[in-house]
Design a binder for this molecule. Structure first.
Ligand SMILES: [Zn+2]
Length: 261
């Protein structure tokens, strides 16, 4: 009986000590002179206070619709190719390359043509400044992943990394054109649209300048996207073929536009 009583007393004392120290902690916490310190801290660390709305200068183009500034166009050629306007969309992959990209830019400039460059993250990182050169000439840039893997044959984690952490754009062209519902879902989730092509002259296989030219001239229809390469190997044939087909198409009344990427 007396042992039980002692136990109850001991428990009561212990409880009182715990409650007491909790009270001290709570009061102590509330008494901290934080208002002044907190406001000073906030104003001296602006990176901790995200601005509620993005500033207009953060949008890729100054005249983008303000309501949806970061939305990719559902089809990056549709708005440009409206009506019967004769327009073709040349596109280049696997760059930027310090030898070949400037030569492609030179040929495009000579014909008053623009194009879209689907670049690799690792090439952008290895050759700083080329991306800016491409954009400064009025072209647009799409993502072609970081290291050019076959996205349908790698782990979900690596696929995610290749799509989400590659070149910044609203257009994505999967390497080898290899795609499936999971690849498309990742591209959409990353805020991009998948862009393939209509005409593939297989310039990467170096079949000869005349073969590339013939292939393009035979298969190209109005509003088509043409696949070529400014990286991934010797592109002398691509440069020469581009000069020839632009000459022919221009005489037929075509203009050459960059996609909305
Ligand atoms: Zn490629």
């Amino acid at each position: 009986m007396s042992r039980k009583f002692a136990a109850i007393v001991a428990t009561g004392v212990a409880l009182a000590v715990v409650v007491g120290s909790l009270l001290v902690l709570a009061l102590g916490h509330d008494r901290q002179p934080k208002p002044a310190a907190a406001s000073t801290q906030t104003s001296s660390t602006p990176t901790n206070t995200p601005s509620p709305t993005p500033t207009p200068t953060e949008t890729p183009t100054g005249n983008a619709p303000p309501s949806t500034p970061h939305q990719p166009a559902p089809n990056p050629t549709a708005a440009i190719a409206q009506g019967n306007k004769k327009v073709l969309f040349f596109s280049f992959g696997d760059g930027p390359d310090p030898l070949w990209t400037p030569q492609i830019l030179q040929v495009l400039g000579k014909h008053g043509a623009h194009a879209t460059f689907f670049e690799l993250g690792e090439m952008q990182a290895a050759h700083p400044g080329l991306r800016e050169q491409v954009l400064a000439a009025g072209n647009t840039i799409g993502s072609h992943s970081i290291t050019h893997p076959q996205l349908t044959a790698i782990s979900p984690a690596r696929r995610h990394h290749e799509i989400f952490d590659g070149p910044r754009s609203t257009c994505f062209r999967p390497p080898y054109g290899a795609t499936n519902p999971k690849v498309r879902a990742d591209i959409r989730a990353a805020g991009m649209v998948q862009v393939l092509w209509d005409v593939d002259p297989r310039d990467w296989a170096r079949p000869g300048v005349s073969a590339i030219v013939r292939n393009i001239l035979t298969h190209t229809r109005n509003h088509n996207v043409i696949l070529m390469h400014d990286g991934g190997g010797n592109r002398a044939e691509t440069v020469a073929a581009l000069d020839q087909v632009l000459t022919v198409f221009k005489a037929q009344g075509y203009t050459f536009a960059a996609m909305d990427c």
